[in-house]
Design a protein around this ligand. Structure first.
Ligand code: SF4
Length: 305
């Protein structure tokens, strides 16, 4: 009996130490920045993170930040996003033609390159003039395609509708739903054909037609939030591919909504402590959690004993 009690208390001491050691071990090996307070409400960005790799949600929900590497391509994407904010004004001008639009886009890009370090001072501490110049050159090379596509889309939609689809009624509004336990912000809300719709600005590649699955998922989550706020059903949303000057309207299906609800529940489960499987793939190469993720639980235990 006595030996049983001794064994029990030894295990308690060992267990407490084990947790302390694991905590210390894990924190030392996370080469990432600790962020602020955690929240139990999920955000649309958590869902998007899950879409890329569920395990990233596990790490970020435990207070660690994913720090994307600052490269010329990333600076280019940030510039293109800023540039997209000027499209409503640029496309609203009279006597618009390819030359005048290209000059206006060049001027807007130069302005965005000046403003970017002021808009994102934290991220730009690691960006020198040369990297900013490289990113700007990449964005400049896209301007002719952006200009041509903007003019073509203007023709397809008609000026009134195109401007309605581009012009924000509200920029980055905060949307939240208690029922979904979810919050998020679209890039803007637009009033298209007398209906308020969410629109997201995306950078990077654009599919030949329609939108990427991840972007469909993103706008569906935002539509669900907007519906919850307004108490009104809606079927459409917009995705703007900034680096191509293309605008795509998305008609949502029940399957899209089902997928978002499913991911909401899975994200909640992860936030409550469930460690998901790794989703090894191209994302891992630049993932801030790579080292942490590469460790097998068995190797951790062998280091401890
Ligand atoms: S290293 Fe790969 S599997 Fe691990 S969290 Fe990052 S993306 Fe996911």
């Amino acid at each position: 009996m006595i030996s049983l009690i001794v064994a029990y208390f030894s295990w308690l001491v060992l267990d407490v130490n084990l947790h302390a050691i694991i905590n210390m071990y894990c924190n030392v090996n996370l080469h990432v920045m600790k962020s602020g307070a955690q929240t139990s409400q999920s955000s649309v960005s958590d869902l998007l993170l899950y879409f890329g790799c569920p395990r990233r949600v596990y790490y970020t929900s435990r207070g660690f930040e994913l720090l994307p590497e600052m490269t010329a391509a990333r600076v280019e994407r940030m510039l293109e996003k800023e540039l997209a904010l000027t499209y409503p004004e640029l496309m609203g001008g009279d006597s618009l033609n390819a030359d005048s639009l290209n000059s206006a886009l060049e001027a807007a890009l130069a302005c965005a390159a000046e403003d970017l370090p002021l808009l994102y001072p934290g991220e730009f501490t690691a960006v020198d003039e040369a990297l900013l110049g490289e990113g700007k050159a990449l964005a400049e090379a896209r301007l002719p395609e952006i200009g041509a596509n903007l003019l073509q889309t203007l023709e397809e939609y008609g000026k009134k509708n195109f401007l309605a689809a581009l012009t924000p009624v509200k920029s980055e509004p905060f949307l939240s739903s208690e029922r979904l336990n979810l919050k998020g912000s679209p890039s803007k809300l637009v009033c298209f054909e007398e209906t308020l719709l969410p629109s997201v600005i995306k950078t990077g590649n654009c599919p030949t037609s329609g939108v990427w699955a991840r972007d469909r998922f993103h706008v569906t989550a935002l539509v669900l939030l907007l519906e919850a706020e307004r108490g009104k059903a809606m079927e459409d949303a917009f995705v703007e591919y900034a680096g191509h000057g293309l605008l795509r309207k998305v008609r949502l299906r029940a399957a899209d909504r089902r997928e978002v609800l499913k991911v909401c529940r899975r994200v909640e489960k992860i936030k409550n402590g469930f460690m998901p499987e790794k989703k090894e793939g191209p994302l891992c190469t630049h993932c801030s959690f790579f080292d942490q993720c590469a460790q097998k639980p068995s190797s951790l235990l062998s280091k401890l004993f």
